[in-house]
Design a protein. Structure first.
Length: 909
């Protein structure tokens, strides 16, 4: 089947590409007109999504709207004369010369290992390939690591230590074939929504399929499980070993498979001898019946598929967590067949591609190992250089530790935001400050890391770049440019090549197109487990995405690996790993009695540089938040929505506390999209060096801040995001400051909303408050104002044509809800609005979270309609969809709709 790559009519053009968010790797069709992206829809021919997109993918074009780009993108190179000085523009030639000179000087003075390059699983394979070659082949250092260290390195180490190669053996189709699906430490509903849609389809078609979810939290995914194993944090190995114990006891292991295709079972069998259901229940906090039930379903199913992600990976025993789950598959022969296997979900769109080209401190091209002299020699020969350095490179956490110690002098950060996403931020920020030269290659202008950069290089991004990515099921898709990069932005590979040329390495980097880079990468895979010598660039263009391996002569890629029972180890046998329960690195104690878990929201992406520019993507959660058990909040005297102070051994942060039945007592959950990594722990798994971002011990108390400010305003969309940035900078010194957009922008009047909430120990200075009011259109004439010195309150409103346009309350108040809902609803005011100035005006309902992003349907609306809809859960869902339209567009909110249906009774007649 030939799929047109690009089609155009006189007015508009369509370009096939790939979504730049998660590792599902959905195909998109980008619509553009006159060099501007105007729309996006799912590619019906793409095998990952068959035309569907989630709430993030389906709003990609809005993030590329001209007014958003102009206010948020990095448009040309910038530099700082000295630390703390303002950024100034410079031309590309000077920027590249400066960087090349700095690199050479650092290498000369301190040796190549004084340079650290920190890259990202969001780079395309070709970008990644060039950066890896630049570090290891040109600069002569292995100090190149990736944010994949925070994400997939435990999965890599888990696969290699058991199956022999870093290759997920199953594929998405297996979701449809499996009799039992085990989702462990993955919140599929939020983090891989289109796979969740596939799973929902299967559950509708085959209700007998069993779903087990292993998660300490009632995540959106766990809530839909047939069996939710709500274990204590960090006890997965105990659970998996306990399941193996029961399977052995019940004679449900596959002895023939173990004998023929594996090694190392005896010590593991010995290990799990004591892992009785009772002991397992004691460690995991689960009840024995649930453990026995899970073992029964696993043992009696023809096919078991497991899907897993950061709940297993981000752990000080991350590699062992992965191996313990893979052990179960090997012991029961649940691998290499349709519907069976351990399928690690990749987080970022191209974490897989990065692993393929060896873009980490311990890896080399085409799944080679830096520790192996033979692999190093092969790569050196392939590149035509005398040698690849043997000294191990520094992994992410080690790299920032070395910069904080002064050993690494120059940091080149590409397509990641370490001042947000690395654990133990106080150390990371000290490292960025101490490093002599920090280069940030970014698509967006205002990320947390930009504050520390001496040189900012503007990168082209989604919609503007050409290359390839590989998704979670080993499928390589083309990424295509629909428009030219904004401003002076350049593709990442191009920037690396330009610098290499200035370092005298033009011969090693002769590339002028991504295709040339991909061809070199392809050749490096010849004879390796990920051999793609049977693919070609025109084939990817004509026949669409392909799975690896696909060696020369093959007519298609392989959907499943190890179907013949031969594994990627030297003797072809898979290895059991003797995994022992270790628990979390920082257990709770009397001083830090809560366990802090972190993870993802459905509509936001990491540091929010892209998703955070759309008002509609804050509909679900619009403030830096921590979810707590209601009883814990009551005991600590924290009311719902109040600010709480969280502190760990490393730092403290103020967050809005919200009561939630999804977290167990003494456990709390904070979305990773806000600045919470001042709290988290850098301790890492000794094998994978992946840090334990999911668990730290935390103390919580009411924040008790006496001064507050709450402001909302409708602003012209062409300036609202710039105002937001200005406010964020202005309010940085305050202990709590949050400023986010709201609304389906731009509205009919071309406006976007901004919401500001501040809190501090003492009143902010008059000049700060004046600046805030000016930025929000609350200065000058035509305002309504009220000051109550006694109660320390100030209220300012702007009303135009009988509509509330903006308000700001400061001091002590607790009655902003009425103003809020008036402003959000754009209702016409009765009278002149003066009554709105009075404190304690009529209380109204608090804000109801938005559930459906596409159609802007709130939880309150759903809860009003639901009691009137009767029938089975499926009928009520259909009724709800019919009544309000929610969940009928991208479907990302369907898991939440199901939850609301579960908890909402039908009206009695
Ligand atoms: N919307 C959205 N989607 C994304 C991303 C995003 O930023 N936003 N990021 C992408 C990336 S890079 C990644 S890596 C993936 C991450 O995808 P996931 O790993 O699915 O997402 P998380 O929310 O980080 O964590 C998953 C779950 O692990 C659970 N967990 C915590 N501790 C434990 C434990 O000890 N054991 C077990 N079994 N579970 C535990 C958490 O409660 C959480 O529900 O998402 C990708 N998709
Ligand atoms: N507490 C806690 N912390 C975590 C996690 C957690 O679960 N809990 N998860 C960890 C995980 S799994 C991950 S993957 C990391 C993610 O952490 P980061 O990598 O820091 O996350 P992003 O915000 O996606 O950063 C990518 C940056 O690249 C920029 N960008 C986008 N496109 C391009 C491009 O084409 N070129 C260039 N040069 N730049 C571009 C974006 O603007 C963005 O700022 O966070 C980790 N941190
Ligand atoms: S599931 Fe959503 S975020 Fe992930 S690739 Fe598909 S559309 Fe993009
Ligand atoms: Mo990730």
């Amino acid at each position: 089947m030939t799929i047109p790559i690009q089609s155009s009519s006189a007015a508009s053009q369509e370009t096939r590409s790939t979504c730049c968010y998660c590792g599902v790797g959905c195909g998109v069709i980008i619509e553009s007109q006159a060099g501007q992206i105007t729309g996006v829809r799912g590619d019906p021919h793409h095998p990952a999504n068959h035309g569907r997109l989630c709430s993030k993918g389906s709003t990609l074009h809005l993030t590329a709207a001209a007014h958003v780009q102009m206010q948020t993108r990095l448009l040309h190179p910038l530099f700082r004369k000295e630390r703390g000085a303002a950024l100034q523009p410079l031309d590309w030639g000077t920027a590249l010369d400066t960087l090349a000179t700095r690199l050479s000087a650092t290498r000369e003075e301190h040796g190549p290992d004084a340079i650290g390059i920190y890259v990202s699983g969001q780079l395309l394979t070709e970008d990644y390939y060039v950066f890896n070659k630049l570090a290891k082949g040109v600069l002569g250092t292995n100090n190149i690591d990736s944010n994949s260290r925070l994400c997939m390195s435990s999965a890599v180490a888990g696969y290699k230590s058991t199956l022999g190669a870093d290759a997920p053996p199953a594929c998405y189709e297996d979701i449809a074939h499996a009799d039992t699906i085990v989702i462990a430490g993955s919140n599929l509903a939020n983090a891989h929504p289109i796979l969740m849609r596939r799973l929902e389809d299967v559950r509708n078609a085959r209700p007998e399929q069993k779903l087990i979810v292993v998660d300490p939290r009632v995540s959106e995914t766990a809530a839909l499980a047939d069996l939710h194993l709500q274990l204590l944090p960090g006890t997965d190995i105990a659970l998996f070993n306990g399941l193996l114990h029961v399977l052995l006891w019940d004679g449900q292991v596959d002895t023939a498979f173990i004998n023929e295709h594996t090694e190392g079972f005896a010590p593991l069998r010995e290990r799990v001898r004591d892992c009785t259901p009772r002991e397992t229940a004691r460690i995991t906090g689960l009840c024995q019946e649930d453990i026995l039930c899970a073992a029964k379903w696993w043992g009696q199913s023809k096919s078991v598929l497991s899907l897993y992600c950061q709940g297993l990976n981000q752990s000080s025993s991350g590699t062992a967590n992965n191996a313990a789950l893979i052990n179960l598959h090997l012991a029961t022969g649940q691998i290499g067949r349709p519907g069976a296997g351990p399928l690690s979900l990749t987080g970022q769109p191209n974490a897989m591609g990065g692993r393929e080209v060896g873009g980490m401190a311990n890896l080399l091209s085409a799944h080679r190992d830096l520790a192996s002299a033979q692999d190093r020699a092969e790569v050196a020969q392939f590149w035509g250089i005398p040698q690849v350095p043997a000294r191990p490179g520094k992994t992410a956490v080690e790299m920032f530790e070395a910069a904080a110690d002064g050993a690494i002098k120059l940091l080149w950060i590409v397509c990641t935001n370490p001042a947000h996403s690395m654990p133990n931020q106080n150390l990371v920020r000290a490292a960025l400050q101490r490093a002599e030269y920090v280069v940030l290659q970014e698509a967006y202008a205002n990320t947390a890391t930009a504050t520390y950069a001496d040189l900012l290089l503007p990168a082209a991004t989604w919609g503007e770049k050409e290359g390839t990515v590989t998704n979670s099921e080993r499928r390589i898709s083309r990424v295509r440019a629909a428009v030219l990069p904004v401003g002076q932005a350049k593709p990442d590979w191009q920037i690396a090549v330009d610098v290499a040329h200035r370092l005298g390495a033009a011969k090693l980097m002769p590339y002028t197109t991504p295709e040339q880079i991909w061809l070199e990468h392809r050749n490096s895979t010849r004879g390796r487990d990920l051999d793609i010598t049977g693919m070609s660039w025109p084939m990817l263009d004509k026949a669409g995405p392909q799975q690896w391996p696909m060696p020369n002569g093959a007519t298609s890629g392989r959907a499943r690996l190890y179907t013949d029972g031969v594994f990627a180890t030297p003797n072809g046998k898979a290895q059991f790993v003797d995994t022992a329960h270790q628990g979390v690195a920082e257990p709770r104690d009397a001083r830090y009695p809560f366990s802090l878990n972190t993870g993802r929201l459905r509509d936001q992406w990491h540091g929010m540089s892209r998703t955070g520019n759309l008002g509609r993507l804050y509909g679900q959660t619009n403030e830096p938040q921590v979810l707590m058990h209601a009883q814990d909040m009551a005991r600590l005297g924290i009311a719902d929505g109040q600010l709480a102070r969280l502190s760990t051994r490393r730092g403290e942060q103020i967050l809005v506390a919200n009561a939630s039945a999804t977290v167990a007592a003494m456990q709390v959950f904070a979305p990773m999209h806000w600045d919470i990594n001042v709290l988290t722990l850098p301790t890492y798994c000794p094998k994978s060096k992946q840090p334990e971002l999911k668990h730290s011990a935390v103390h919580i108390e009411p924040a008790n801040l006496s001064w507050n400010l709450s402001a909302l305003a409708w602003l012209p969309a062409h300036c609202a995001l710039s105002v937001r940035h200005k406010l964020q900078e202005l309010c940085k010194p305050l202990v709590y400051a949050s400023c986010v957009p709201f609304g389906h922008e731009p509205d009919a009047l071309g406006r976007l909303g901004l919401q500001l909430r501040l809190a501090h120990h003492e009143p902010a200075g008059a000049e700060v408050i004046d600046a805030i009011r000016t930025a929000l259109g609350l200065s000058g004439t035509g305002l309504l104002q009220y000051q109550d010195r006694q109660r320390g309150q100030q209220r300012v409103l702007r009303i135009e044509q009988n509509h509330l346009l903006a308000f700001c309350l400061s001091g002590q108040f607790d009655d902003q809800e009425q103003l809020r809902s008036l402003l959000l609803s754009k209702q016409e005011l009765q009278g002149n609005g003066r009554t709105l100035l009075l404190p304690g005006a009529t209380p109204t309902q608090p804000r109801s979270p938005q559930i459906c992003t596409c159609l802007n349907v709130s939880q309150a609306q759903i809860e009003t309609v639901l009691p009137r809809i009767s029938g089975t859960a499926a009928q009520r869902l259909a009724g709800l969809q019919g009544a309000l339209g929610c969940g009928t567009q991208c479907g990302s909110c369907v898991p939440q709709l199901k939850l609301l249906i579960q908890t909402s009774p039908m009206a009695k007649h």
